[in-house]
Design a protein around this ligand. Structure first.
Ligand code: CTP
Length: 257
């Protein structure tokens, strides 16, 4: 965890920028306001992004339409805020954010192993990855050949990465999930706070053409246990990412999480 500031909090604040609940300009020069940043010191952040792929033969898999844009934007915003960033990503077609350690993975099992290895020293975990919830029970070693009939594939659940990590969390770690919902977005997202043992959940609609998957714009509702509710966007994913990091900085600085 980072150095303690003069108030015993986590951050040192620039003399030109009094402590603010939502500092919006970061040391990297991005951001929307004209104030100098309130820079968090030595925060280590672990972010997951993109989809996972679960293969049933060497050339066919089950996945989802996640492009990884939101997670990559958050990684860039966290880096710009001065954080150390580990980014574990499923298969995406995005450039590597500068200054971020990128760990490419393919399957949910690989994502679990990689995040598990990086979780211990992290202060903040942000799980934006759209993990494929099921994997085929059988992985055929050779390409399945068509025989003119249909195909039945039996699935089994993959491990819940966030819930697994949360079981061995330290109280001082801040755990943030992303809830991808097509209906009852906030209620369904809130239920995931307890189910997964996390501090905050970003409720994210993935319904229809305006949904988050693949879109340039996004809108999140950040929800916490204590009635905390904070709307982010609608805006580009880069701006929503900055707003999220600013909200997390304020949350980290708060006496209770
Ligand atoms: N998640 C995870 N491991 C899984 C599934 C999801 O770590 N096997 C994480 C996601 O990265 C996200 C959060 O859990 O941060 C919520 O994911 P979401 O897909 O919205 O919900 P699920 O837990 O999969 O539940 P459901 O599909 O029933 O909504």
């Amino acid at each position: 965890m980072g150095d303690r500031g003069p108030e015993g909090g986590l951050f040192a604040y620039s003399e030109l920028c009094p402590p603010s609940p939502f500092p919006l300009v970061f040391s990297g020069g991005i951001g929307q306001s004209g104030c100098l940043p309130c820079t968090p010191l030595a925060i280590r952040c672990l972010i997951t992004a993109g989809p996972t792929r679960e293969f049933f033969d060497p050339v066919r898999f089950v996945s989802n339409p996640s492009t990884g844009k939101m997670g990559f934007a958050i990684a860039a915003a966290a880096k710009a805020a001065g954080w150390t960033v580990d980014l574990v990503s499923g298969p995406v077609a995005l450039p590597e954010p500068a200054g971020v350690m990128l760990y490419p993975v393919v399957t949910a099992d690989e994502m679990l192993r990689q995040t598990d290895a990086l979780f211990g020293p992290c202060d903040v975990l942000i799980m934006t990855a759209a993990v494929s919830d099921w994997r085929p029970k059988v992985m055929h070693p050779q390409k399945l050949k068509k025989d003119g009939t249909g195909l039945t594939v039996e699935f089994e659940p993959v491990p819940d990465i966030l819930a697994t990590l949360a079981q061995r969390r330290r109280p001082d770690q801040l755990l943030v999930g992303f809830a991808a919902e097509t209906e009852n977005v906030e209620a369904n997202a809130l239920a995931k706070l307890d189910r997964k043992g996390i501090d905050l959940v970003a409720a994210n609609s993935v319904a229809g053409p305006d949904g988050a998957f693949g879109n340039e714009l996004n809108r999140l509702i950040l929800l916490g246990h204590d009635g905390f509710r904070h709307a982010l966007g609608p805006a580009t994913k880069a701006v929503v990412a900055e707003q999220l990091i600013a909200a997390l900085i304020a949350r980290l600085a708060a006496p209770t999480r």
